[in-house]
Design a protein around this ligand. Structure first.
Ligand SMILES: [Zn+2]
Length: 244
């Protein structure tokens, strides 16, 4: 499903467009001229459907999977997709450790699975991570990508700011969603102060399009969507949640 000139949605669950397994977060495919890359990888419960959508998009080879954070709906499918595509997995050092160790406690999978959020069949496999990303900028094909460490929603969370052909987009994972919504997971996992500071840091980069990990996307006016969250914080309130 093509969202813009360079961005396709190839996986999405019931909090989005139901393109793949219902437990999947959004899996974005970005065309960067001579190479393509994914932002997040879904739950791994229906990697074949995501792979079929990537193939149908007829884009240059997928060389990288950039992972926003360790939650299973974004990261558990990374290993299978990377093997299938021959792609490298790049993510923050904290998330790299979770994936390499298949740490189902640190990623929150063990707790979420026991609460019935995920089926018993969903598990993490030890995953090869090819590069640990700090706050740094690199190129993939014709795209310039900045990895921004954005703690708050979860430990090791990162956003990816992508510039290609003069268009700037930010892929925010679960940091912030359209209309300034957020996902706060208890008091132990989500650091609300860090969440606010990370959203402010993303807003300061002046993105045009907002591609979050769930829900609707914003093809322009990302600043307004981010400002909606920051306005709530400024009033001493928590922005509205992604889930009702
Ligand atoms: Zn998450």
């Amino acid at each position: 499903m093509r969202l813009s000139e360079h961005v396709h949605l190839v996986g999405s669950g019931w909090l989005g467009y139901s393109l793949s397994d219902r437990h999947d977060g959004h899996v974005y495919l970005v065309e960067g001229g001579t190479a393509s890359f994914l932002i997040d990888a879904g739950s791994g419960l229906n990697t074949a459907r995501i792979a079929a959508r990537i193939e149908a998009a007829q884009v240059p080879p997928v060389t990288h999977i950039l992972v926003t954070h360790g939650h299973a709906d974004h990261a558990a499918g990374a290993d299978a997709l990377a093997r299938l595509l021959g792609a490298e997995i790049w993510t923050s050092p904290e998330v790299a450790r979770m994936l390499i160790d298949a740490d189902e406690v640190a990623t929150g999978l063990a707790l979420a699975r026991s609460a019935g959020v995920y089926p018993a069949a969903l598990s993490l496999t030890p995953t090869e991570v090819h590069r640990r990303l700090g706050d740094e900028t690199f190129t993939i094909g014709a795209a310039t990508v900045r990895c921004m460490p954005t703690p708050g929603h979860a430990v090791g969370h990162a956003c990816y700011l992508v510039d290609v052909d003069g268009a700037r987009a930010v892929f925010t994972g679960d940091l912030v969603f359209a209309r300034g919504r957020v996902a706060v997971l208890g008091t132990t996992e989500t650091d609300v102060g860090a969440l606010r500071d990370s959203i402010a840091a993303v807003a300061a980069t002046g993105p045009g399009a907002l591609f979050p990990g769930h829900g609707s996307v914003a093809l322009s006016d990302a600043d307004r969507h981010l400002a909606a969250a920051l306005d709530a914080f400024d009033r001493g309130q928590l922005p509205p949640g992604l889930l009702p």
